[in-house]
Design a protein around this ligand. Structure first.
Ligand SMILES: Nc1ncnc2c1ncn2[C@@H]1O[C@H](COP(=O)(O)OP(=O)(O)OP(=O)(O)O)[C@@H](O)[C@H]1O
Ligand SMILES: [Mg+2]
Length: 351
């Protein structure tokens, strides 16, 4: 569904150059739900805008939904849906009208647009709301409307930019359910960006972690957690044997990131539960006693911290203004025919 190679985007404004995306490779297969995780300013939206033809890459190439990004941007747009960061629908428009209008923009006849709209509003729990003005919707309802708009033409591949940012935990969980249903009932392939660790962890089959415009890790949430940082282990020992205990741990298979303080040895190891019996034997053989032990399963934040030296949590719940500063109508049908659109650099926030 997506195969991108060396995708790169540089912005130059007022003599200053930002390497927003530094040559990323992305592979997504049909039916996958892939998360693109990274802190503010990492390059998520820029990558998404390239993949959805809204922004021309400085270098690199991609096939999206079977069409070449550069040679056939119109083909890409016909086959994909895009729910932009922050979404944005006309505030004075009724829900049903908005959906019908969107359908007609995508070339559906009036009757088909209405029928498809009805189907989507039912699926997304918006049925009772079709006569409401969109400005009166709650955050979660509005986000579901954005999704309906992005799905009007039954795309096989949908891009979501920060689908749940700004929603309360309950609406967020509700939206996750809708996203899962889309995948399971309609076989839609989904590519979403997020800076919420929980979202990436619980929702996605696979995660790509981006930082500073580069993909720094990828894998299933479990594989990422296991491979990159491993379990955290804390051993308590008598203070006077801390150094000897640390030496034993240092010889253990796969132990890394060893930190000692008097009476305590902390380290990481791929699997804490399987490493401990061998360690206990080694302690015994040297006549040392382990006073306590604790194994902590890693979180995605540990993964990020290991990779970048920074915590992704710092950006959790941070501000959410769109990097492109627009109130796009939430689809790839923006009237920007695949050309560069640095139109918003005035409002761009450098994270
Ligand atoms: N039109 C633009 N002109 C200049 N710089 C830009 C433009 N768009 C994005 N950038 C810069 O490129 C970098 C990546 O931005 P991008 O919007 O892709 O990040 P993001 O990962 O989506 O962040 P967020 O989580 O805040 O949405 C940032 O430093 C941003 O300021
Ligand atoms: Mg963004």
């Amino acid at each position: 569904m997506i195969k991108a190679r060396g995708l790169q985007r540089r912005f130059t404004s007022r003599g200053r150059t930002v390497e927003a995306v530094k040559g990323v490779d992305i592979d997504v297969t049909e039916g996958e739900l892939v998360g693109f995780l990274g802190p503010n300013g990492a390059g998520k939206t820029t990558t998404l805008r390239m993949l959805t033809t809204l922004l021309t890459p400085t270098a690199g190439e991609a096939r999206v939904a079977g069409c070449d990004l550069r040679a056939d941007p119109v083909g890409v747009r016909r086959r994909i849906g895009y729910v932009a960061q922050g979404g944005g629908t006309g505030p004075e428009c009724k829900v049903a009208e908005e959906i019908e209008l969107q359908g007609r923009l995508y070339g559906l006849g009036k009757a088909d647009a209405i029928a498809r709209g009805k189907e989507l509003t039912e699926q997304l729990d918006l049925s009772g709301l079709d006569q409401r003005l969109t400005k009166t919707l709650s955050g979660g309802q509005r986000r579901r409307l954005d999704i309906a708009l992005g799905l009007i033409h039954s795309p096989k591949l949908v891009f979501f930019d920060e689908p749940t940012t700004g929603l309360d935990p309950q609406s967020r969980a509700n939206l996750w359910e809708h996203i899962r249903t889309l995948r399971s009932e309609q076989g839609v392939t989904l590519f979403l960006t997020t800076h919420y660790l929980e979202e990436a962890d619980t929702l996605c089959d696979r995660i790509l972690v981006i930082d500073g415009g580069e993909i720094v890790a990828e894998g299933t949430p479990d594989a990422l957690k296991a491979r990159v940082s491993g379990d955290g282990v804390v051993l308590g020992v008598d203070e006077d044997v801390t150094t000897r205990a640390a030496e034993i741990v240092g010889r253990a298979d796969g132990a890394h990131d060893l930190v000692t303080t008097p009476g305590e040895v902390r380290f990481r190891v791929p699997r804490g539960d399987t490493a401990l019996p061998a360690l206990l034997r080694a302690f015994d053989a040297e006549g040392l006693t382990m006073q306590s032990m604790q194994v902590q399963r890693p979180t995605l934040d540990d993964v990020f911290l290991t990779l970048t030296g920074r915590s992704l949590r710092d950006s959790d719940g941070g501000d959410t203004d769109t990097a492109d500063g627009t109130a796009a109508n939430g689809t790839a049908a923006d009237d920007n025919d695949g050309n560069d659109s640095d139109r918003n650099e005035e409002t761009t926030r450098v994270a």
